[in-house]
Design a protein around this ligand. Structure first.
Ligand code: PA5
Length: 434
């Protein structure tokens, strides 16, 4: 269950309600486009309208990978890996890489194809030596350079290790149903293939095979994840701004941006397991809104860690910041602070208190300080860190992002600017045709 509090944004309900008609229009427009195969709004009804056959195929493939492999290499970049990583890091142990295989129970998920660093690739090659592994290569276009290079490298290692035939059975491809080099290659080689639906763009694709296969391999319950998203779909289906907290969040951040000069939004967590959720969120909002010289710059901080690095700026730097705080009500584990006879660290005043209690007080104190320092705060509270809540949060932000981009007057489903660096890079690399 997710709750949004706007009490610390400094925005009055009446100001938000001025957007009532605009929101109603955007809501109806999005819903009218949701089933159009040639549009990019397929994510809107995905939690209730997903391909059940593909979903069972994902579960079966995940079980096979779990049985055969210690490691799954997820090869993808941007929307083709961030969603999976966000969910996996939020819901599995922060120390899974140093857990024994027995303790972890499920394959270790590692990522490649999200950078061009030879150090990264070499170190991963070394780390998988002597370990059983499979590959899930994910690319909607099937032509993105970073994952294509990584796939070429790790496919060769897989083929040398297991032979061509077994290697084929350890490669899982997630790509477009018709187009792209990966689609052609997977047909030729007979790799098991999963589809990125036409009407779901990369950064909105975590609840398709793009995210679901790696997430399921990591031992996370994808039925519950989809159920969480379904709950959010139902909850935020009301076109009336007065009753829709997701739309209120979208409106309030736009008011802060356009009327109060708050051009940067920091997504704040007090739980390091949410670090990659923030990375996913940054891509979602950054690629959706940052165009036509407009858009709130999405950034992220992990508190209390970053209070000791970024806290000074947030409190007293240029007043262009707003914060959106993810508050997780119940921690999965808690730890009590015990008494110490010498009390040399002076911490005995906390005896009997839990670490979560201290974390929450840090959050309350920071919130008050930042709001007083003219950093408006939105609080999004989720009950706990589990599949259902994460599913809700994913849907909440996808919908808020689409609404927000429309309020801003940009198309939240394209990313024309991403091509610029590619063109220059290809020219410098002397790629034919550039
Ligand atoms: O959101 C997007 O569309 C992009 O970030 C893509 O996900 C990213 O560029 C990777 O593209 P592809 O899946 O085609 O390899």
């Amino acid at each position: 269950m997710i709750k949004v509090e706007l009490g610390n944004t400094g925005i009055e309900k009446e100001q938000i309600m001025e957007y009532k008609d605009t929101i109603d229009k955007i809501h109806n427009d999005l819903h009218s486009r949701a089933e159009d195969e040639s549009d990019f709004v397929g994510w809107l009804n995905l939690p209730t309208n997903y391909d059940r056959i593909e979903f069972s195929k994902i579960k079966k493939a995940a079980q096979k990978i779990q049985k055969e492999s210690d490691i799954l290499i997820v090869i993808g970049i941007g929307g083709s890996y961030l969603g999976a990583r966000a969910v996996i890091e939020a819901l599995t142990s922060s120390f899974s890489s140093i857990q024994s295989d027995e303790k972890r129970k499920y394959p270790q998920i590692v990522y490649a194809g999200n950078n061009l660093s030879p150090n990264y690739i070499s170190e991963l090659m070394e780390a998988i030596e002597g370990r059983d592994f499979s590959i899930n290569v994910i690319s909607k276009s099937g032509t993105t350079t970073e994952p294509a290079i990584a796939f070429r490298i790790f496919r060769e290692i897989l083929e040398n290790k297991y032979g061509i035939d077994e290697a084929r059975s350890r490669i899982y491809v997630t790509t477009d149903k018709e187009k792209g080099a990966l689609r052609v290659l997977s047909d030729m080689e007979g790799y098991e293939r999963f589809v990125v639906p036409d009407n779901v763009g990369g950064r909105y694709s975590v609840l398709t095979a793009v995210g679901l296969l790696p997430i399921a391999v990591a031992g996370i319950d994808i039925d519950k994840l989809m159920e969480g998203a379904r709950i959010a779909q139902e909850k935020y289906n009301d076109s009336n701004l007065k009753y829709n907290e997701c739309y209120q969040y979208a409106v309030s951040r736009n008011i802060l941006y356009s009327q109060k000069d708050k051009g940067i939004e920091l997504l704040v967590n007090y739980e390091p397991k949410m670090h990659y959720f923030t990375e996913w969120w940054k891509q979602l909002f950054g690629e959706s809104e940052g165009k036509e010289e407009k858009g709130i710059f999405p950034a992220g901080v992990d508190y209390t860690t970053d209070l000791h690095s970024m806290g000074q700026y947030v409190q007293q730097g240029v007043r262009t910041l707003m914060e959106t705080v993810i508050n997780i009500k119940e921690p999965k584990f808690n730890i009590n602070i015990n008494s110490d006879d010498d009390n040399l660290d002076g911490l005995n005043y906390l005896v009997g208190k839990s670490l979560d209690y201290v974390n929450k007080k840090a959050m309350e104190g920071t919130l008050e300080a930042h709001v007083t320092g003219d950093v408006p705060n939105t609080i999004i509270t989720m009950d706990k860190l589990d599949e259902e809540n994460i599913g809700q949060l994913i849907y909440f932000f996808e919908l808020a992002c689409a609404i927000s981009g429309n309020i801003l007057g940009v198309n939240p489903f394209n990313q024309p600017g991403v091509e610029e660096y590619k063109r220059n890079m290809f020219k410098l690399l002397e790629k034919p045709g550039y």
